[in-house]
Ligand binder design. Sequence first.
Ligand code: F0G
Length: 447
Amino acid sequence: MYDSAMVSRRELPDREQRVAALKTAGYNVFGLSAADVYIDLLTDSGTGTMSTDQWAALLGGDESYAGSESFERLEQAVTDVLGFERIVPAHQGRGAEHLLYGALVDDGDVVVANTHFDTTRAHVAEAGGRPADCPVVDAFDTDAAGPFKGNLDIEAARERAAAVGADRVPAVVVTLTNNSVAGQPVSVENVRRARAVADEFDARLIIDGCRFAENAWFVREREPGFEETPIPAIVREQLAPADAVVVSGKKDGLVNVGGFITVGDDEDDLFGRLRERAILYEGFYTYGGMAGRDMAAMAVGLREAVDPGYLDHRIGQVRTLADMLERRDVPVYRPVGGHAVYVDAGVALPHIPREQFPGQALVCAAYREGGVRGVELGGFAFPGTDRPEFVRLALPRRRYHREHLEHVAETVGAAVDRGTALSGLEVVSQPDREALRHFSATLRPVD
Ligand code: F0G
């Protein structure tokens, strides 16, 4: 558990202001000023509250260019918590991905994953590779039961890899929890089987471990044989099969910015290449674009993230929000995942066709109703896919209280209640890269 040691004031702008702000933002909530947002569930990334111990560590940050003591603290925390001794820091997760996939992937390669997160997909593609998603069959079934719907479909992965041949598959990637599949967890058994597939194709096994602690919590809850295993031991066991783990510290590092890659002991060559790329793109390999104080805070945050009391509360909050929403007849993805509640806007607003973005219509309505900011992760964010019309309500870590959750449920419930009074949207302008359109496109309501 935790209590609050610092607060920030928030005011709900009145309805007229919210309507005007949304219009000015081109009906894209990325364009809103945060000052106009009452409860911000856009992301769980870098938006949490640091502990008093982290703030204390921050003041002791060592800003040396090379050999910073804060880096050594971070290295030690990664060794203790994740079980890997060698790390290359980066300014955040995607910086780490740029180093890693740029070092591993060549033109025409195929990277197989349970589901690539957006930035992972972009970095694999940027390096000339083709990302191949192999989620389990019912991953996008919004109410199929299943303890580990974030898993890699092992047979599908094997088939995709076999289709291109071993020399074209540099990596098998497992993202845990699986952000693109409603934050669903991955089992330890599945990670081990992914390792076997990687070995068959002489590929590396990469784990995207942004949410390593949350995943371990689900393993303890659901995987036979782990019921009595302490969370820190599960964390190490689930990551141990990997050749490298790539982490955005903005999630289970419990900090506002930062990231790193860890590599196994037998990866001398990869470690060397990553360090070189770090110097080119991030910063010297004992800071990688982070301030010393940020590394110091992350060293503390990684240890706090595996505290079972914190995790019970954290994942409990996400479940509480899902239950509150369901009581207001808002359709949510079940089972509930680790960091967010995913609302199925296709079910909530069936009168809006996919090409008019029901998810984005719901996101806008939730902002208008009560100043709540979520994010669309359906047909607007992922054009050309048949993903459900998800709206993600991501909970920042240690930031909001039960009253906030009640306001969110009331607001989203009221938005859904508007039903056919809500209209769809059409794109007015969008960037050249369609894959990035939900960040900056502007829209307008369809008449
Ligand atoms: N991998 C996963 C699974 C992520 O969820 C993210 C970020 C990244 C990599 C990239 O990390 O933001 O530090 O560069 N996810 C955020 C989100 C942005 O809202 O889900 P980053």
